[in-house]
Write a protein that binds this ligand. Structure first.
Ligand SMILES: O=C(O)C(=O)c1ccccc1S
Ligand SMILES: [Mn+2]
Length: 259
């Protein structure tokens, strides 16, 4: 690609000829958290401490300290996050090839099914029905699972009951199909985890984490605005913080859509 073409691309983004869609949930003390069963450790909530705000603590500047979990809010999952990816090369957020942070995406809309069934599972059959309409999923694509879950808030978003969360996600066969038959780059969701809330009962447990990260692929979670993307053609920009040895990180996720 020539420099002129690249410059034209940047100008098209700036002018709006290429639409930029923010897929990121605002990060605040109210950001909903994944809750694991006892006795497992838990991700930290976002917390901030004001250092100064144009006052005697800092006359001309405003800044904060903050604490947050690697997997809090809209975040990126690296392969090392799961035990199946622990020995892979370049499996941490600081070691992943930077070119992997820009990739095309397809959007599989299951929002209607998820409105009826919080435990809806994305299956190979649903994916193949989508492909019958939109063509095969191109290799190295993000597969974005649209559930419209990001339109929920509070308890309706986390949807926890006594036996755990009840939120949609892929079944093991769908994960294997996307990885082995479609060479998917990663799996992106609006829910708190790439796996269904009841994925601990699947075989293997947590198949999206187990299989995608075991194959050196990535995850994006707590996305929003997937309903603003076309089924094919969007390009995702998703560069996590360069945390040394990190398993993931909160990040800004953007989709670029040609008008
Ligand atoms: O990657 C995550 O944030 C996530 O969903 C997760 C993290 C740790 C354990 C289980 C799950 S299911
Ligand atoms: Mn995660």
């Amino acid at each position: 690609m020539s420099l002129a073409t690249l410059t034209q691309f940047a100008q098209a983004v700036s002018s709006g000829a290429i639409r930029t869609v923010d897929l990121t949930q605002t990060l605040s003390e109210d950001t909903p958290l994944l809750v694991l069963p006892e006795p497992f450790g838990q991700t930290a909530a976002f917390r901030r401490e004001e250092i100064s705000r144009y006052d005697d603590r800092g006359v001309a500047w405003y800044w904060n300290n903050f604490t947050v979990g690697e997997h809090t809010g809209t975040h990126f999952d690296a392969p090392i996050h799961w035990v199946t990816g622990k020995d892979l090369a370049d499996n941490t957020v600081d070691a992943i090839r930077p070119s992997d942070f820009i990739a095309p995406a397809v959007v599989i809309d299951c929002s209607a099914q998820c409105a009826e069934d919080a435990d809806f599972q994305l299956t190979r059959a649903v994916i193949e029905a989508w492909e019958a309409e939109h063509g095969p999923i191109p290799p190295k694509s993000w597969v974005m699972f649209r559930t419209d879950w990001s339109k929920r808030s509070g308890d309706a978003y986390t949807n926890r009951r006594a036996d755990g969360a009840h939120t949609p996600g892929p079944d093991p066969e769908a994960c294997r199909f996307l990885i082995e038959e479609r060479d998917a780059h990663g799996f992106g969701v609006e829910t708190i985890g790439t796996d269904a809330g009841q994925a601990h009962l699947m075989d293997p447990p947590y198949p999206a984490h187990t299989l995608f990260h075991g194959a050196g692929r990535y995850g994006l979670q707590c996305l929003e605005n997937l309903d603003q993307l076309p089924p094919t053609g969007a390009v995702i920009v998703s560069a996590p913080l360069k945390i040394e040895g990190g398993s993931g990180s909160p990040l800004r996720v953007l989709a670029l859509v040609a008008e």
